[in-house]
Design a protein. Structure first.
Length: 303
């Protein structure tokens, strides 16, 4: 409002002075009008954000909606400022289109990244908070900007066993259009199947060891796994894929050089995978050690 008042009062304050043959009053008035328009669009953005984004909204949807609103208001601000500065809306739009073509030729890679952002917002291969692998980078998504996606690295060169390394990875959004994207914790089903290998000697009672391993795992994870597998089956029923999915932990057997490897398969959140694996391994070893006459561990330098 202040800029509007100053813009209207400028001719009386400045008078007939000129700058380079152009009336100073017009220049100052349009400058105030441009500032006023920019402030008005900014205020409109904050009002729209406060109305559209509720405090109870999920942080992923909030981030996505805020990014879309910000881009929309930036476009509106650019058109409005050009229109006020030139006092000609149609030529301003034409000029913006011509400038857009020139920019697209000069900045192909950033525009591809912007197109990648549009793809991420519409198709949602991942959202903020998901654990993903994009190309050779793996981590938790902490931000999806117009040009880049920022990951909090998991594994990498510094650590292993699905632990954060503390490093941030910046991935151009254009990579999403040309590389595989693996989402380990998508919102619809934030779980993955994992395996824990346990090596036992050939002298072991394999049937007993398999049953004990399965029971130990089911006691630890069974109820949660059964509930989430049922959820997975409902999603699977909506697709043409026919797949048999067990709702309880299962044990597979693999022959080694001087041992037998029992691999128990279970469902787990990828962000808790290592913690669950450690806890489960301790439980399994404790259960096996209670039956030394039936479960024996291999002794070999090749192990």
């Amino acid at each position: 409002m202040a800029c509007g008042v100053l813009s209207a009062a400028t001719p009386e304050l400045v008078g007939a002075a000129t700058v380079g043959g152009y009336p100073l009053a017009v220049v100052v008035a349009r400058a105030f009008a441009v500032f006023g328009t920019a402030f008005a669009v900014g205020a409109g953005y904050h009002v729209a954000v406060s109305l559209a984004l509720s405090a109870t909204m999920d942080k992923r949807r909030r981030h996505r909606a805020q990014s879309v609103l910000r881009l929309a208001f930036l476009v509106v601000a650019a058109i409005a400022v050009l229109g006020v500065a030139t006092d000609r809306w149609v030529p301003a739009l034409v000029s913006l289109g011509v400038a857009g073509v020139a920019v697209s030729l000069a900045l192909q890679q950033p525009l591809l990244s912007l197109l990648g952002w549009v793809y991420v917002m519409t198709k949602q291969p991942y959202q903020v908070g998901d654990r993903v692998r994009i190309d050779d980078s793996k981590g938790d998504v902490i931000d999806v900007d117009y040009l880049v996606t920022t990951l909090w690295e998991v594994n990498g060169e510094l650590v292993t066993t699905n632990q954060p390394s503390g490093r941030h990875i910046t991935v151009p959004n254009s990579v999403v259009l040309t590389s595989h994207v693996v989402n380990f914790s998508r919102e619809e089903f934030p779980y993955v199947w994992n395996e824990l290998p346990v090596q036992v000697a050939y002298e072991t009672d394999l049937e007993f060891a398999q049953t004990l391993l399965q029971e130990t795992t089911e006691e630890y994870l069974g109820e949660t796994m059964a509930r989430e597998v049922e959820r997975f089956r409902r999603q699977l029923a909506e697709t043409p894929v026919e797949l048999e999915v067990q709702d309880r932990p299962s044990v597979n057997v693999k022959q080694g050089e001087s041992w037998v490897e029992l691999r128990v398969r279970y469902l787990v959140s990828p962000k808790r995978a290592q913690r669950v694996r450690n806890d489960l391994y301790e439980r399994v070893l404790e259960a096996f050690n209670e039956h030394p006459e039936r479960v024996k561990f291999p002794v070999s330098r090749n192990r």
